[in-house]
Design a protein around this ligand. Sequence first.
Ligand code: MN
Length: 356
Amino acid sequence: MGVIEERSLTWVTDYFSGSELELVERAYRQALDAHNGQRRASGEPYIDHCIEVSRMLAELGLDHRAVAAGLLHDVVEDTDLTVEQIRERFDDEVARLVDGVTKLAYIDTMSKMGSRDMEAQEAESLRKMFLAMVDDVRVVLIKLADRLHNMRTLSSLPPDRRERIARETLEIFAPLANRLGIWQIKWELEDLGFRHYDPETYYHIAHLINERQEERENYIQRVIAELQARLRLEGISAVVEGRPKHIYSIYRKMRRKGVDFDQIYDVRGLRVIVDSVQDCYAALGVVHSLWKPIPGQFDDFIATPKDNMYQSLHTAVVGPEGKTVEAQIRTREMHRRIRDRVPLAIQGGGQTRHCL
Ligand code: MN
């Protein structure tokens, strides 16, 4: 029986075939053998963690060597296998990726020594060092996938360890994902980090969001219909949709602006997807002619993209009933880049060295 029929490795055939598939299968067999008998704190077989990490890497569009290294990412640290043996049994590239991830474990040790509340500057220098230590961005992506899976299964750890790991996730790993432009991972790391670091506030905000879910949903549907009608009238072809909310970003905005939940603009968020950059500005004009813009809330990330290459127009307006609505306007192409989570650093091949 081929290994891909066992456990949950069936997804690999969606991504790889031929000799690439063969390499990933071999990495799986090796990881299965090396971690044999090991279990995670949750009680599941250790290999499940390796599979989940490698699956995320495949979904991110990484190559077969990175996916193989994802399967093997813990063998040097947690089993008798050496980097040298991985080099012999696989190849130099896979060995270097596993070695890179193993060396990054050092960063965890350093932040453990840090004070309970790390200074922002200290966190920034840790992030910088993290990036400087690797010469292949795939190493950081493996580490991020590793951290994300650990965060998803964090509940099985004792509270004090949970809090420390959650804080480190918020201070080091989520900003790294942001910097690399992998928003889906960034958001999930932030919400999971926040939930475990400050459960009380997290559940408070989550409760407020749920309580008003229906009311907000109805409101947004009205705004969408109104905007769509006007855009059509102006001859702008656009898709208008509501935006999912991320609890940590709401919390951070409340803190930063020193305001209440009710005053957070993007709790009611819209997204407008159009065909061209010209249509972005035309759609912005339509939004501003329908509803009064709120001063100081406009950002042009098309003319001036964020460091991570994120592009969109952001604005906040006073919508119907005097409620604030935040809108993001971008082209289909900009949206595809964000949605597909493909980090710019790895577009066009996994070999690109990071330039951050
Ligand atoms: Mn791991």
